[in-house]
Structure formats: structure tokens, C-alpha cells
Design a protein around this ligand. Structure first.
Ligand code: EPZ
Length: 418
């Protein structure tokens, strides 16, 4: 996927079946290395970041099999201690999980470099601090990081400087087979962190406190293979709910966990969007329009940073007066999408870590996706705006949105993906 052509301005109505969570799949796929066994995954999203993770595992010796019915079988027993290809690792942030997994399996892990969206500074100092606490030494040369330790790792107390999703996940993976107890304070509580813990526990790990800010891992001598279903992608679901509000709706997202979407739904209700929810679905519609609001992103269960750009786009195309704002507290610069919205005539200004938006009628334009969620925001704005827009660099959007053309057409969007 490199370009999306959108003929916007249509009312979108229908159902979207949400896929598995990219941000749960990545730590779980790499965490599976610790089992040294065979795992079978269902609901694994075929988004490019996940396919890239599978390719990294294959390069490390894992045997990958795409089973009929959509499940994926990974035999981790043949993974060997090696340096994964830099060109693959540098494309995704999730490759950082190789550090925790390879360290605890082999006593040595080399990460030639990690990628992911350009959201400002994205250091891994908290990951390395945690590995040091577990008895490892870290060496950084340019982009490449090597961590080594004699096995087994030794459990310890770690206090994270911020509730880092990546560090919490990486350290849970590393501590699962350590000797003794590891306590991770100021841990992240995102649903995809809990999903990783569920996977590790099903494989024999002993993890308590998941979903709180204090997670305790009691190391076990060995883990074993499991069958695991990836949880629904709350960010994909939230993106389609924003789209349903922006383009009238009703748009129903199915096969979701509504509780994961509570912060977004509360905000949409404040804006005058109609929300209806059931056991595994949420519906959004705004037949009479909606107004803007003020949101601040934060660690779960606060409003998720990964829905910040989409919310700004929703504000920009609102049909009622009144300024909206999004204050970003997680990443230092997640605002590159704002420049692209301004190409559509949007009244969007960034000051410090807050973006302010005054709704107005936008014009179709040629846009460039700056990153994954910024690209999703441009898609929302283009679908809500009359005329033909084009979004280039669309491969960014393919990293996290599975079957995009089929799902959009399924709710009546006029899109062509090239
Ligand atoms: C994960 O990134 C997600 N990526 C991001 O989703 C998501 O935005 C983020 O968590 C927050 O929820 C994946 O899961 C692959 P963090 P991660 O560690 O792990 C700072 C998407 O669109 N920090 O929670 O990198 C860091 O710089 C992507 O799907 C340190 O300073 O996020 C950031 O400012 C984008 N030192 C903040 O903490 C560290 O050692 C949060 O980072 C680690 C993090």
C-alpha cells in the first residue's frame, strides 16, 4: 500500500469487525521465544508490523506456519542466539522486545536498532535499567544495543520513571524465567500489557498485579507453548468510532472489549455523539452533528495517545462552533499530522504539547501520512470532506490497519488503495 484515493463527503454506515491488537501481538510474538516451544496464535492481525515481526522470528530460526482458518503456528524451539537483521528490526518499535526475550532464553540479546513512528525522543533507558537490575550488562554502540547476563537472571525491584508500555512488557518477558521475584513499580496497565501477562501465565509464568501500577513476577524454571487468542485492537476500534462520528454513522465496531474504549466513549458522549454498546460491540453516530471538547492523553485508562491524531481530525470537521484541544502528555512530538490537516484548510495550531482546533469546512487535498495514527487522522478528515483527496506514504497506515479497503468500503466509503 502506498497511496489511498478518497472521494469524501459520504455518510458512512455499517459494521466493522475489529482485528487483533497490533500492540498486543508484538510483545506476545517475541515473548514466545522464552517458551522454546510451539505456540499457536489466533486473531493475529495481518498488518505489516506483525508480518515483519514474523519475518524477524523466521530469520532467527523459528518455524512459522500459516494454518487454514487464519491461525499462525510458531515453533520457537529452533530459534537460535543470533543478531536479527537490522533492516527488519529498524522498521518496528516492537523489535525492542527481542532484548527481553533473547536475554532470558540465551543470556545474550543484540538489537541492531528499533524503529516505529517518529513521535519524538523514544529512548529505552528504562528497559536497560530493568535489565541491569536483573543482572545484565548493556552496551550501546550507535543504534545497536547488546545485553548479556549469566543465566538465570536474578529477580529484583524496578521502579520505572514513567509507566512505559514497552519497558513493562520487556521486563515481564525477561523476569518470567528469572530466579526469584521481580517487582515492577509504576508499571503500565494498558490492555495489551495485560494480554502479554495472560499469554505468559498460560505458558507457566507467575505474574500478579496485572492492570495495576505494581506487577510482581515470580520466576519459573521453564515456560511451555500455548494456544493464544490476540485481544481486539482498541485503537483500530476507536479509529472507526471516530470515523462513524465524523461521517454521520451509525458505525458499529464488533468483536471488541467496550471497557477498553471507555475514555473515548465518555469523550464522544460529551461531544454530543450518540454511543450505544453491547457485550462485544460499540456503535457511534452523529446524525445531528457534534461539538468539540478538550482532551488530555495519558497512560491507560486515560484517553489513549494513539487516538490523539484521530480526535483532532474529528474536531477539525465538526459542524458546530467551539474550539477543541488535545494535550499530549505521553510523547514529546506527535503533531506532524497537524501540518497535513492545514493543507485541507483546517484551523489547527500547536502550542507546546497542546493542539487547538477550530472547526471549519475543509477542502480535499493531497496529503502525506507522517506516521501510523497521523495517517489514520488524515483518512478520517478526507472521508468527511467533499471531493477527491489522496494520501501518500500510505504504507504507514498499513502498519496498523488490517483489510483497510474492505472495511472502509463495507461502511460505504469510496476509497481505492494502490
Ligand atoms: C507503545 O510504544 C506502543 N507501541 C505505542 O503505539 C503507544 O503509543 C505507546 O506504547 C504508549 O501507549 C507498541 O506497542 C509497539 P512507552 P512504547 O514505552 O512502548 C518514554 C502505535 O501507534 N520512554 O509507553 O514505545 C517514551 O519516550 C504506537 O501503535 C522513556 O523515556 O511507549 C515516551 O515518551 C505509537 N524511556 C513514553 O515514555 C523508556 O525506556 C511512553 O513510551 C521507555 C519509554
Amino acid at each position: 500500500m502506498h497511496k489511498i484515493v478518497v472521494r469524501g463527503g459520504r455518510r458512512l454506515v455499517g459494521e466493522v469487525r475489529v482485528g487483533g491488537s497490533k500492540n498486543a501481538a508484538l510483545p506476545i510474538l517475541f515473548g514466545g521465544i522464552v517458551t522454546g516451544d510451539v505456540c499457536v496464535f489466533t486473531e493475529l492481525p495481518r498488518v505489516s508490523d506483525v508480518l515483519r515481526a514474523l519475518e524477524i522470528l523466521r530469520c532467527l530460526g523459528a518455524r512459522i506456519c500459516f494454518l487454514s482458518g487464519g491461525a499462525v503456528r510458531v515453533d520457537y524451539s529452533t530459534v537460535r542466539s543470533a543478531c536479527p537483521p537490522a533492516y527488519l528490526c529498524s522498521g518496528i518499535r516492537g523489535s525492542t522486545y527481542l532484548l527481553g526475550a533473547m536475554l532470558t532464553r540465551f543470556g545474550r540479546a543484540v538489537l541492531p536498532g528499533a524503529g516505529g513512528c517518529d513521535l519524538g525522543e523514544r529512548p529505552i533507558d528504562q528497559h536497560l535499567l530493568g535489565f541491569a537490575g536483573l543482572g545484565a550488562t548493556a552496551r550501546t554502540v550507535g543504534e545497536s544495543v547488546t545485553v548479556e547476563a549469566s543465566l538465570p537472571l536474578v529477580g529484583c525491584e524496578i521502579a520505572l520513571a514513567m509507566p512505559s508500555v514497552g519497558a513493562t512488557a520487556n521486563l515481564m518477558i525477561a523476569a518470567a524465567a528469572a530466579h526469584g521475584k521481580t517487582v515492577i513499580r509504576n508499571a503500565a496497565a494498558e490492555p495489551h500489557v495485560a494480554a502479554l501477562a495472560d499469554f505468559l501465565c498460560a505458558a507457566g509464568a507467575q505474574i500478579e498485579g496485572v492492570g495495576t501500577s505494581c506487577i510482581t513476577v515470580t520466576g519459573v524454571p521453564a515456560l511451555h507453548g500455548v494456544h493464544h487468542r490476540i485481544i481486539p485492537d482498541m485503537i483500530e476500534a476507536g479509529t472507526y468510532l471516530c470515523l462513524g462520528a465524523a461521517c454521520g454513522g451509525p458505525v458499529r465496531v464488533c468483536a471488541v472489549c467496550p471497557e477498553h474504549l471507555a475514555a473515548l466513549c465518555d469523550l464522544l458522549l460529551q461531544m454530543g455523539v450518540r454511543i450505544e454498546q453491547g457485550k462485544d460491540y460499540v456503535t457511534a453516530s452523529a446524525p445531528d452533528g457534534y461539538c468539540c471538547a478538550n482532551a488530555t492523553t495519558g497512560p491507560y485508562p486515560a484517553f489513549p495517545t494513539d487516538l490523539h491524531p484521530q480526535l483532532t481530525a474529528l474536531f477539525a470537521v465538526a459542524d458546530r462552533n467551539g474550539e477543541g484541544s488535545v494535550t499530549e502528555t505521553v510523547f514529546s512530538s506527535r503533531f506532524r499530522y497537524a501540518e497535513e490537516l492545514r493543507r485541507m484548510g483546517a484551523d489547527v495550531s500547536v502550542k507546546g504539547n497542546t493542539v487547538k482546533v477550530t472547526p471549519k469546512k475543509l477542502r480535499a487535498a493531497t496529503l502525506r501520512a507522517p506516521d501510523l495514527r497521523g495517517g489514520a487522522a488524515l483518512l478520517i478528515a478526507a472521508l468527511a470532506t467533499n471531493g477527491k483527496s489522496e494520501i501518500t506514504n500510505a504504507a504507514q497506515i498499513a502498519r496498523g490497519y488490517e483489510h483497510l479497503e474492505q472495511k472502509l468500503r463495507g461502511i460505504g466509503a469510496d476509497v481505492c488503495i494502490y
